[in-house]
Design a protein around this ligand. Structure first.
Ligand SMILES: Nc1ncnc2c1ncn2[C@@H]1O[C@H](COP(=O)(O)OP(=O)(O)OP(=O)(O)O)[C@@H](O)[C@H]1O
Length: 240
């Protein structure tokens, strides 16, 4: 269970997050949405330890993470991907997963790496150079595979579908749903595409100007007048 309690983050005079509280279980797939600059990535950075909250607490499975060093996030079971895929340069796809396993739990398990590569449809690319040998969708699959190699209980996915065409998005959405079930991992995903969020997520949390303004089912949230105003500035429907 992830528990955020009153998270406020200030960058100088700018309040990027203001008193954000919510909890989610590892049995859920939750969409984190909101207009550009709403504070979504900053919230991921607070959960994964890259930014320290000015106020508030981050707890995972009863462990308070605020004062703990970065690597402990992986050890307690929080994995993450980045908006721009960040493979380790000069390493193959497989070697990238070896590094991720070492970071996550110290031990290298090649059989587990084979399983993850197969699941993410990357077995054929295992020996390829990660930085120069992969197409965009393969890079994104590697980004998820690296996070899986840390053996997370909760996966933070930052716009992992961005830039993919319709078929690529559909493939990825189905893959993430399968991953949630097969690996029994909770997912918190930042995603702008409303169709994807509605298909994949059982719950949506909305940020606007650093504040949490809605939390509910996709259907209820995308009809909420305050959410609609946050996107359009006007009343009306949020369209997929
Ligand atoms: N390290 C930083 N220093 C100063 N300001 C920052 C920093 N990181 C983020 N911000 C600011 O905090 C606010 C929230 O940014 P954030 O990237 O979290 O938004 P976002 O919802 O993820 O946006 P997007 O959808 O465009 O990725 C923005 O005004 C941004 O400019």
């Amino acid at each position: 269970m992830l528990k955020l309690d009153g998270i406020t983050i200030q960058f100088g005079g700018l309040t990027a997050l203001k008193d954000v509280s919510f909890s989610m279980g590892t049995d859920q797939v939750v969409g984190l949405v909101g207009p550009n600059g709403a504070g979504k990535t900053t919230l991921f950075n607070a959960i994964s330890g890259l930014v320290k909250p000015t106020h508030g607490k981050v707890e995972f499975n009863g462990v308070e993470l605020g004062r703990k060093p970065l690597y402990t996030r992986a050890r307690v079971g929080i994995g993450r991907t980045f908006q721009i895929p960040q493979p380790m340069h000069e390493l193959t796809v497989r070697e990238n997963l070896v590094v991720a396993q070492r970071f996550g739990h110290g031990k290298v398990d090649q059989r587990r790496i084979d399983e993850i590569l197969a699941f993410m449809d990357l077995s054929a690319q295992a020996g390829r150079d990660a930085a120069s040998g992969l197409a965009l969708q393969e890079l994104k699959r590697l980004e998820v595979a690296k996070a899986l190699a840390t053996e997370p209980r909760l996966l933070l996915l930052d716009e992992v579908l961005a830039g993919l065409e319709t078929n690529g998005k559909r493939y990825f959405t189905a893959k993430l749903a399968e991953l949630h079930k097969a690996f029994k991992i909770g997912i918190l995903i930042i995603e702008h595409d409303i169709e994807t969020v509605s298909t994949l997520c059982d719950r949506v949390v909305v940020l606007n100007f650093g504040r949490l303004i809605a939390d509910g089912t996709p259907d209820a949230v995308f009809r909420d007048p305050e959410v609609i105003r946050s996107y359009t500035g006007e009343p009306g429907a949020v369209h997929a």
